[in-house]
Ligand binder design. Structure first.
Ligand SMILES: [Zn+2]
Length: 259
């Protein structure tokens, strides 16, 4: 396998459990557990492997995808992990260090449990800001201090980082290198190959309304150019309006669409 798609998941929705956040812009990234399970079942049935970031970057033979989760919600352990184990898949869970132990998120002992089950633990900043907007001191706290905090919980090195909201710039990557991370994942729509920088790994956001056919196409790397165009249009709007104004605008638009 010379190219591999990295999938980006978030919290999963369980019947009767309140989500960590309720804005439409958040919920569109939240898959019901059954949807996630049917995607994993499709992979298994089709002879695909589900790999963590470290495994994926060795580009093993045969079809496979890299499975990642952002934010460190408690459903990583309660919902995603049992399904992944059922199908014999691994995954990387990127945790927001400062959220650990707060309602809806994993606590330290649950992080150790996930780690002990053989899943890969990564870092997703301290407090989930847009990293491209920060001063040097803030950036150090979000990248280097967050790494140390998670390392103290699991008792070993944390090598993989993912950028909150997909935002980063060269300073972000420089700080990640200095802090000792080996990879940085963003949320740009491209598959990764031997030639992709380890510090700019693309990932494809999994949206709750994705059909199983669209999921299959995504795993095969089909149609990513189209998503990339849409993404570039959004980024241009963000540059014109600024991140904060863009977020408000997006919340209004999504809110109206979903009533
Ligand atoms: Zn996030």
């Amino acid at each position: 396998m010379s190219r591999i798609v990295f999938l980006m998941y978030h919290e999963l929705e369980l019947a009767g459990r309140k989500l960590c956040q309720s804005e439409p812009g958040y919920v569109r990234y939240i898959l019901p557990l059954e949807t996630f399970r049917s995607q994993m079942a499709w992979l298994k049935k089709s002879g695909w492997r589900g790999l963590n970031v470290g495994e994926a970057l060795r580009f093993p033979a045969g079809p496979g995808v890299c499975i990642t989760f952002d934010d460190g919600c408690e459903t990583d352990l309660a919902a995603a992990a049992p399904v992944l184990r059922e199908f014999g898949f691994n995954a990387t869970f990127y945790l927001t260090a400062g959220f650990l132990g707060t309602p809806g998120y994993l606590n330290a002992s649950q992080v150790r449990d996930l780690d002990a089950q053989g899943f890969q633990i990564g870092c997703h900043s301290m407090t989930h800001p847009y990293l491209s907007d920060l001063t040097e001191l803030e950036l150090k706290r979000e990248v280097a201090d967050a790494k140390l905090q998670i390392e103290q919980i699991v008792g070993h090195a944390i090598e993989h980082f993912s950028c909150p909201g997909g935002r980063y710039n060269q300073r972000t990557l420089q700080m990640a290198r200095q802090a000792g991370f080996e990879t940085v994942a963003n949320s740009q729509f491209y598959a990764n190959s031997f030639r992709t920088s380890r510090f700019e790994l693309g990932r494809v956001a999994m949206l709750r309304d994705l059909t199983i056919e669209e999921f299959a196409d995504t795993c095969r790397g089909r149609g990513l150019w189209m998503k990339r165009l849409q993404h570039q249009a959004r980024r241009s709007a963000q540059r014109v309006f600024g991140n904060r104004a863009y977020d408000r605008l997006r919340a209004v638009l999504l809110g109206e669409h979903q009533g």
